[in-house]
Design a protein around this ligand. Structure first.
Ligand SMILES: [Zn+2]
Length: 180
């Protein structure tokens, strides 16, 4: 696994690690990320900025959602925040030490802090967000936190970026505060 600092230092080269254990786990996280991305592509709700997230335990998704900022009329309803709340509710626990978070965009400072609070085990994300990301950009929440999850960024990065770019190109009323 690549931690935040290593992830940053090595650029986006998580594929350079080739241990047998690592490769078998790559298959799991790539297949779960595939499921998350496919939800965006089949989501007919074009009002939301297309970011989806999932929580998985033992490589099984227990919670999956897109952003619900527009539907809930709340700027707090980021996909990561929603799936964390759902997972806590489902598992009837206050921590997610055995759970993995999957999200199509580098989490913002709000969501990164939430993930730190619930002691998430792994964070897998797709596109990097130089403007609002808080993992390898901005606040770099886990560089200073006591809790250190495993973090891998850049999974299907181009595809996740393309989805966001297309959305902002087609919806000029939204300001792209995520990407370059
Ligand atoms: Zn967020």
């Amino acid at each position: 696994m690549v931690r935040a600092s290593a992830c940053h230092a090595e650029g986006r080269g998580f594929k350079s690690r080739r241990s047998r254990h690592y490769c078998s786990h790559v298959m799991y996280f790539e297949s779960i990320m595939e499921e998350v991305i496919s939800r965006i592509e089949s989501d007919s709700n074009t009002a939301e900025i297309p970011i989806w997230a999932a929580i998985a335990v033992n490589d099984e998704i227990i919670s999956i959602s897109g952003n619900m900022v527009e539907q809930q009329r709340s700027s707090l309803m980021h996909a990561e925040f929603i799936v964390v709340l759902e997972a806590l509710q489902k598992l009837q626990t206050k921590y997610l030490c055995e759970a993995s978070l999957y999200v199509t965009l580098e989490p913002c400072v709000l969501c990164s802090s939430v993930l730190e609070k619930v002691r998430i085990k792994d964070i897998f994300f797709g596109a990097y967000s130089p403007k609002t990301g808080a993992i390898v950009h901005g606040a770099r929440v886990f560089e200073t936190s006591l809790h250190k999850p495993n973090i891998i960024g850049g999974i299907q990065e181009e595809r996740c970026s393309r989805i966001l770019k297309k959305f902002f190109d087609n919806n000029s009323e939204y300001v792209d505060d995520t990407m370059n």
